[in-house]
Design a protein around this ligand. Structure first.
Ligand SMILES: CC(C)(COP(=O)(O)OP(=O)(O)OC[C@H]1O[C@@H](n2cnc3c(N)ncnc32)[C@H](O)[C@@H]1OP(=O)(O)O)[C@@H](O)C(=O)NCCC(=O)NCCS
Length: 326
């Protein structure tokens, strides 16, 4: 059985924050951010919006696109690094918001920025095994709240958003061809949000050292990302006997335009086939891949039968790739 996307939807908050807006309170410049990251502006959630709010809107759009009702869903998986709270799972809050409470299973999956890739692979196994018919997979973040507004090294990079797919059985040789998932916990220290969990619960010390915000070793994350883009993509292409020229769209995680360009070059894929949305949305973590997918579909570029390679990397350090015929 082939498992693929029956419906796709996304939601990006309305509030646009430009690099010039950041110049007002950070020692940074539009020129630095553009040249070092490719980001021009990002979207930031309103004060009253949390991850489940963004996720629910994207989910409703995906359901509508699939022509399905909330009660048709058997499982909801939310891939996120910025849940509404430590528990309950954001997926349970989404279940209530979309009108599916008590009708299906729901859980979160935390795998860094590849959260959507991991969740899609996990969700697709339930469909493939015959256990479930329809799985709603969401990549959603209000990740900007996890960033220190006084830290120019991280704050300028991120944006908020959500993207969702309904997975189910598909025909005509469409759907997921294969995947690769990977993690290396020995280098987890390079990208962390240290406080708020059981290791370092909230305290005055946490407040003072601002460890309730993300800490990142940008250079190390950069190197890992470029290496992983080409390494796991090549592994997946080899495994499936796919030639690079057969790929119609390459959708890398949108973390930094220089990472995307270096990764694409290392892999040998021309930039015309590479989807870039980071200029408008920044790094929306687990939302970046489904949002990018929906962006090219809305632009009319994504055609049925296109071969799409999606690759992501992030905290863990994790990486993941999916090859899918649209
Ligand atoms: C963070 C990142 C953009 C920094 O770019 P870089 O070219 O490596 O820059 P460096 O870290 O070498 O810093 C160069 C200088 O710019 C400064 N700088 C950092 N952020 C800045 C900002 N927003 N504005 C202006 N200057 C900044 C640094 O302090 C440093 O100054 P110094 O030389 O006086 O110490 C880059 O390392 C990166 O994108 N890493 C990956 C991050 C990522 O993708 N994270 C999420 C993964 S899911």
């Amino acid at each position: 059985m082939k498992v693929g996307v029956l419906g796709l939807g996304s939601y990006i908050p309305e509030k646009v924050v430009t690099n010039h807006d950041l110049e007002k309170f950070l020692d940074t410049s539009d020129e630095w951010i553009r040249t070092r990251t490719g980001i021009v502006e990002r979207r930031i959630a309103n004060e009253n919006e949390a991850t489940s709010d963004l996720a629910s809107i994207a989910a409703k759009r995906a359901l509508e696109d699939a022509n399905l009702k909330p009660e048709d869903i058997d499982l909801i998986i939310v891939g996120t690094n910025s849940p509404d709270m430590l528990y309950p799972a954001t997926a349970c809050l989404v279940q209530e918001k979309i009108g599916a409470s008590g009708k299906c299973a729901a859980f979160d999956l935390q795998a860094g920025c590849p959260g959507f890739i991991y969740a899609t692979v996990v969700g697709s196994q339930f469909v493939k095994s015959g256990a479930y018919k329809h799985v709603l997979v969401i990549g959603a973040e209000v990740i900007t709240r996890m960033m220190d507004p006084t830290d120019r090294g991280t704050y300028v990079l991120f944006g908020d958003g959500a993207g969702a797919v309904v997975l189910g059985e598909v025909e005509d040789n469409r759907g997921i061809v294969d995947f690769e998932l990977y993690a290396d916990g020995s280098i987890a220290e390079h990208l962390t949000l240290p406080a708020g969990g059981s290791r370092k619960p909230f305290s005055e010390e946490v407040l003072k050292e601002r460890s309730y915000f993300t800490k990142m070793n940008g250079g190390e994350v950069f190197k890992f990302s470029v290496r992983e883009i080409s390494r796991i993509s090549k592994k997946l292409l080899d495994k499936t006997g796919t030639k690079l020229e057969d790929i119609d769209w390459f959708i890398p995680h949108q973390a930094n335009l220089r990472i995307i360009q270096a990764g694409a070059e290392k892999l040998g894929i021309p930039m015309e086939k590479v989807v870039v949305t980071i200029d408008k949305f920044g790094n929306s973590s687990a939302a970046s891949i489904p949002v990018s997918l929906d962006t090219i579909r809305k632009e009319g570029k994504l055609k049925r039968g296109d071969l799409v390679l999606m690759v992501s990397f992030g905290a863990g350090m994790t990486s993941g790739a999916i090859l899918m015929r649209w």
